[in-house]
Ligand binder design. Structure first.
Ligand SMILES: NC(=O)c1ccc[n+]([C@@H]2O[C@H](COP(=O)([O-])OP(=O)(O)OC[C@H]3O[C@@H](n4cnc5c(N)ncnc54)[C@H](O)[C@@H]3O)[C@@H](O)[C@H]2O)c1
Length: 346
């Protein structure tokens, strides 16, 4: 397995070991003399991997969470705390999160807050989880709005088993590829070329590894999102509005959001938006959202606090690998929405 360290130069005591390869590292948990036990949180979709983690850790108890974002609630957090009290999980013990982003977000939040913070180790089992959610220490639960309550808490180790990535079903795979393409567009032209050349059959090992490295590098340069980390939101401003207004899965909505942001980038900077739309389409991802109400998308963008009187804060591309965070006016947002089939009559 390949192992590299994600470091936060501004906070040198914080590092995350990221392992990428086939299988698990041995030992599974980072060596720590004073650990007595660990507790595993997982979800049913990741049960096969959770059982392997259970065997690899040894004596750790395992709790299954409700599926998807049903896991990210205060009620589940409370149940998790009660369970950790029964385990009991002490200050020098470890929380292990196994699953997609919802399971690792919940496990990470519980680890960040239990006994004022204990070690966490993440085993993502979706591509989106591997290239995005489990990397970079953002944890959170939903309370009214998405991820409104959370904490920055870097896992000491993230284990990405490429055999698990290969087994992810197509729709989840596509969602992950949208985030991977985003990573390429903001910071890794060679990753975009892989998609251009191979479409959806781009070699997953390289796609996952390169995307993780982009995220780790960006987060390392701006852990608490004071500035540059926001470039990871390319495609997410309008994408998130469409996700909320249309109930479209996150990765698919990000794909449409990237088409919209590409059109605005074309107007401002001459970015080749048709080329981007073609790449996204060739992956089997959606490039439009006909029939979705413009009013609702705008409302959700507003609720996201990205839209103010001065405009909407968006990531645009001057070129592949050259993102810029800009304030965008309502007319340009409309241009982006029109590019994905969302018109002013809606
Ligand atoms: N913390 C972050 O930085 C960050 C970044 C991006 C997304 N997220 C969060 O991640 C969540 C979405 O993540 P996700 O798409 O991984 O979803 P998820 O955790 O909701 O999982 C999606 C589905 O896949 C199933 N599943 C998990 N592993 C599987 C496997 N190997 N094979 C088949 N099915 C499997 C799950 O049971 C679930 O039904 C959202 O809650 C989002 O807010 C967090």
């Amino acid at each position: 397995m390949e192992r590299f360290l994600m470091t936060i130069p501004a906070v040198p005591e914080m590092t995350s070991e990221i392992w990428i390869g086939r299988g698990f590292p041995d030992p599974f948990l980072p060596e720590r003399g004073y650990r007595r036990t660990a507790a595993i949180f997982s979800q049913h979709g990741a049960a096969t991997v959770a059982r392997r983690v259970f065997d690899a850790v040894g004596t750790a108890p395992l709790m299954y969470l409700p599926d998807r974002d049903e896991a990210k609630t205060m009620a589940v957090v409370e149940k998790a705390y009660q369970w950790l009290a029964e385990v009991p999980l002490g200050r020098h013990d470890t929380v292990v999160g196994v699953g997609g982003g919802a399971a690792t977000d919940l496990a990470g939040f519980v680890a960040a807050t239990w006994l004022r913070g204990v070690e966490s180790v993440m085993v993502p089992t979706t591509i989106l989880g591997a290239v995005d959610a489990s990397i970079g220490g953002k944890t959170g639960i939903n309370l009214g709005g998405k991820n409104l309550v959370g904490a920055f808490h870097l896992p000491s180790r993230v284990i990405v088993d490429l055999d698990v990535m290969d087994s992810v079903p197509t729709s989840l795979r596509l969602e992950g590829l949208a985030e991977a393409l985003k990573s390429g567009l903001i910071a890794d032209a060679a990753l975009v070329e892989l998609f251009e050349k191979h479409g959806p059959s781009a070699p997953l090992d390289e796609v996952v590894t390169r995307s993780i490295k982009v995220k780790a590098e960006v987060v390392g340069s701006d852990f608490r999102e004071d500035g540059r980390r926001a470039i990871l939101n390319f495609g997410h401003t309008i994408g998130h509005g469409i996700e909320m207004a249309a109930g479209m899965p996150h990765g698919m909505a990000v794909a449409v959001g990237m088409v919209a942001a590409g059109a605005i980038s074309a107007q401002r900077y001459g970015f080749p938006s048709q080329w981007l739309t073609d790449v996204i389409f060739s992956l089997g991802l959606p490039v439009s959202a006909f029939g979705v109400s413009r009013g609702s998308v705008l409302e959700f963008i507003g609720m996201d606090k990205k839209r103010t009187a001065e405009g909407t804060r968006m990531v645009l591309l001057r070129a592949v690998g050259d993102p810029v965070i800009d304030l965008v006016g309502d007319e340009e947002i409309d241009l982006g929405l029109a590019a994905v089939g969302i018109g002013s009559s809606g």
